[in-house]
Design a protein around this ligand. Sequence first.
Ligand SMILES: Cc1cc2nc3c(=O)[nH]c(=O)nc-3n(C[C@H](O)[C@H](O)[C@H](O)COP(=O)(O)O)c2cc1C
Length: 159
Amino acid sequence: MDLYVIVCAAGPVRDLPELVAEAQARDWTVQVVTTPKAVDFVDVAELERRTGRKVRVNYRHPSEPKPPRADAIVVYPATFNTINKFALGITDTYALGLLAEAPGLGIPVTLVPFVNDALAARAPYRAAVAALQEEGVRFAAGWREAGPFLSVPPDRLNG
Ligand SMILES: Cc1cc2nc3c(=O)[nH]c(=O)nc-3n(C[C@H](O)[C@H](O)[C@H](O)COP(=O)(O)O)c2cc1C
């Protein structure tokens, strides 16, 4: 079962190896996808070593095979920018393309936002959170709080 960890360009990326390890301990195969901005925030080689998979940043070339579909998606950290664009259906990054389809495919998505108070008070952000929740997207205060989601036995996720 494939857990996609989508990484946006915000500070707390240093916890990623721990998140990956915890997910693997729960029998997930982890695929890391970063936004084009976030790729410079992470240690790509370290994440590839841990996951055994290439970190994905961009859409594949049309001649490349389709990668395996995610069974669940965690966005950690989720930025103001990506949350707003996800709610609007914008797909100008590979990460957003995955997110755009997920609700329609029944793939569970948990967002772990890192948005400061000034940005979180903005009307577009509040509308985005409400719209995404309406579509079944879950929000967690931190990736550890997403634990119950990660703890769901994979075979029950889409059942
Ligand atoms: C060091 C640093 C930390 C940042 N932290 C955050 C953050 O916590 N939350 C946020 O929404 N944006 C943060 N930003 C701004 C985002 O990187 C910026 O909005 C970017 O366009 C987000 O792109 P993405 O959503 O495609 O990853 C940070 C930028 C820098 C340089």
